[in-house]
Design a protein around this ligand. Structure first.
Ligand code: NAD
Ligand code: WQD
Length: 348
């Protein structure tokens, strides 16, 4: 049985579907601070069976001990965490407490329960502003420009020293590039609270008419069209990488770092044109000043994961955008809307 922390969230819910479909038993621990119970109802609809659900916090040691006693858990996929960069600048302690202290509490409870296999959600943000592209795992980590990024780097360092101190641990640090897209059913996807920070969720809200236009943050970067370049990866490819990492952990072997990206960079304007191609609608945008803390470009060298995990991203940008668009049209107001009504309206 696999414990999935943060399993009601965007990436976690897709991972739960993949685990259930792979025949695993799953228990989700989530405090629902950035997600809803509805995502797990939809997960059950897709997978044909439901995960167990525990409503609670990764920082709650008593709850973790009970949970590890109650279920025969053999490994943990640890997605739970806070991820809003701007919020982390305003409230850094909350970010360190959840993302760093929460991960420590989880590991302490795991060790006491004799569970030593952990897949951790890290981020390409730990590389800071890399000078050369693509970024491989040997590239030095940088100084992330915000407390969110710092918290991911701190958690990585905690986990590395933990694995060095006790060879029973087997830990995968998965550095995600830019996860986008949704399950092809359109039933689960990213459901940001308030104004989206990330590019694609914002573009989708413009495309469905919830916002008038996209702000393009700068067109004077040293990139081919002047806008920021990122490595967007389909969330389903990303969770595939987690399942491969989990298989690999069962073989033992300390701590390993893997980039999960496609190896291809895409600019903001390329994203705009590609989404227009998928929706058949013009996407209004305005070029505004650069966003503070943004880097010009960032894409992965994914060959280490290809070699060691036999994993490779297979879905292209069109599939990412088509799946994201299906999710957005069926659920214009995220999990708060009525998917059946939306589906009927789309069909008529
Ligand atoms: P998300 O916010 O959708 O999911 C995180 C889940 O964790 C939510 O369901 C939330 O309710 C839960 N959670 C938060 N604090 C908790 C706590 N103290 N106890 C229990 N549950 C808690 O975010 P996501 O995009 O699915 O991200 C998952 C992980 O991947 C995060 O750790 C994030 O930092 C990391 N990551 C995300 C991205 C991205 O762009 N989405 C990129 C790199 C890394
Ligand atoms: C992508 C590009 C923006 C919004 C952030 C976090 C990072 C990570 C993922 C977890 C950039 C441009 C964006 C908009 C725009 N999360 N943009 N208008 O900046 O690569 O990474 O999210 O670990 O930590 O920093 O992703 O989607 O915010 O931006 O022009 O309204 O789109 O400038 O070039 P980013 P993003």
């Amino acid at each position: 049985m696999i414990l999935v922390t943060g399993g009601a969230g965007y990436i976690g819910s897709h991972a739960v579907v993949a685990l259930l479909q792979a025949g695993q038993e799953v228990v989700v621990l989530d405090n629902l601070c950035n997600s809803s119970r509805e995502s797990l109802t939809r997960v059950a609809q897709i997978a044909g069976r439901a995960p167990r659900f525990v409503h609670g916090d990764i920082r709650d040691r008593v709850l973790l001990d009970e949970l590890f006693q109650q279920w025969p858990i053999t490994a943990v996929m640890h997605f739970a965490g806070l991820k809003a960069v701007g919020e982390s600048v305003r409230d850094p302690l909350r970010y360190y407490q959840t993302n760093v202290a929460g991960s420590i509490t989880l590991c302490q409870a795991m060790a006491d329960a004799g569970i030593f296999q952990l897949v951790f959600s890290s981020s390409a943000t730990v590389y800071g502003e890399s000078v050369s592209m693509p970024i491989c795992e040997r590239c030095p980590t940088g100084i992330p420009t915000n407390p969110y990024g710092q918290s991911k780097l701190m958690a990585e360092n905690v986990l590395k020293t933990l694995a060095d101190s006790d060879h029973r641990w087997s830990i995968a640090l998965l550095r995600y590039f830019n996860p986008v897209g949704a399950h092809e059913s359109g039933l689960i996807g990213e459901d940001p609270n308030g104004i989206p920070n990330n590019l694609l969720p914002y573009m989708l809200q413009v495309a469905v008419g919830r916002r008038p236009y996209l702000n393009v943050y700068g067109d004077d970067y040293p990139t081919p069209d002047g806008t920021g370049v990122r490595d967007y990866i389909h969330v389903l490819d990303l969770v595939d990488g987690h399942l491969r990492a989990l298989e690999r952990l069962a073989l033992g072997g300390g701590v390993a770092v893997w980039n999960l990206g496609t190896g291809r960079g895409c600019s903001v304007l390329e994203m705009v044109r590609a989404l227009e191609g998928v929706t058949g609608r013009a996407l209004p945008f305005r070029v505004v000043a650069r966003r503070s803390g943004d880097i010009a470009q960032c894409w992965a060298d994914p060959t280490k994961a290809e070699r060691e995990l036999r994993w490779r991203a297979t879905r292209d940008l069109r599939a990412m955008l088509e799946d994201a668009w299906r999710w957005q049209r069926l659920n214009p107001h995220g999990y708060q809307g009525d998917v059946e009504k939306a589906a009927a309206a789309l069909a008529s």
